[in-house]
Design a protein around this ligand. Sequence first.
Ligand code: AMP
Length: 439
Amino acid sequence: MTDLTFSGLGVAEPILRALAEENYTIPTPIQTRAVPALLGGRDLLGIAQTGTGKTAAFGLPLLQKLSIGHVPPKPREAKSLILAPTRELAVQIADSLKTYGRFLNLRIAVILGGVSQNSQINATKNGVDILVATPGRLLDLVNQRHIRLDTVSTFIVDEADRMLDMGFIRDVRKIVAMLPKDRQSMLFSATMPDDVVKLVGDMLRQPERIEVAPQGRTADRVSQVLYFVPAMQKRQLLIELLKDLQMYRVIVFTRTKHGANKVAEHLNKSGVQADAIHGNKSQNARQRALDSFRSGKLRVLVATDIAARGIDIDDITHVVNFELPNEPESYVHRIGRTARAGAGGAAISFCDGSEKNYLRDIEKLTRMKIEVVPHELPDLTPEQIKQMNEPRPAHGHRHGGHQNKGGGHNPHAPKKKNGSRPHWARDRDNNNKKRGAAA
Ligand code: AMP
């Protein structure tokens, strides 16, 4: 599991001190993924917008790289370059970097159009470690030989789609052509129009691709609720909820392929049109399921996280987390499937006793508490409660939600052929330390 501290991500001491002063205690999702990749020297494509913490995601590794074995820049030279489409953004980036790099001795300068160039020439005369610039004015100053770009070792393009909207993409290309080939590059964009995709192809080398849902905005538009429900009652709860006909295009997420099949089967038996997509299905079968879901023939698509990646379907009314993901980032991806294109949406999560740690990780990552709502299912019978609390043998068969066969774990049921644990328990075992029998 990811270590959710900046120090765990590899950020070094003087920067950690600045972050602590800013009360940044938990890295945001994009920071969690970008910082280690960038510290490892990778190029990066970040599909993210302002508000996700992307400035620190690229800024912290940049500051760290420049400060290790720091050699002061030579006159007119820039060691790193950040391009931003607007003056406001350029100033904001420079301010953030000055804050995060407060205890480092690095020179940071900003170059903007629309103001006199003299003070900017002065600020770069002795060379800079970090240059934040809008493209037009930068080209002017480079062409006048006030600034050299042939020593840039780290290059960042922020808000590339806005560069395109504002007509700067040609200037960006010209600047890329002036840079040394041997460099680390990053590009951030909230959307990926064709011209940005082309730019990515030209300027990044096998980039790490990180896409984060715009959290603030997703959280605003997606209503999120959570039911605490025993595993053995999850299917029943799903059927109850689906009585609400407003749930007409629903994605149900399970952690495993086997789980996806089981849920889809159960829905069909209960009269809800559903199909499952996951990695074990042929491309044709997946395509058929997707087409039927898109056309409205299927009301529910049951999917694993991997299978759902890259699927673009509008008008999904509800996302149901039948099982909470063991990677908290997946929660953000999952709920981002609803509320596309500005529409509202709803995310409903089921959490059984063994998933409380996953819930804690999700709430830590999204920095919000999911509203808990009570369900109206009948209470478990004393017999069921007894079964639930029974110590389970380490390798025996655990209940796997066979409530359709008359309720829960049957200690006398034959062991699976290989004596293995049910799919979900195995999955969990692989990802977490083994929990106690009564977890
Ligand atoms: P950005 O997306 O880079 O514009 O950042 C959005 C806002 O989140 C800024 O106000 C940052 O100061 C703040 N921020 C970024 N990372 C963190 C963090 N890990 N903890 C708290 N605040 C943060």
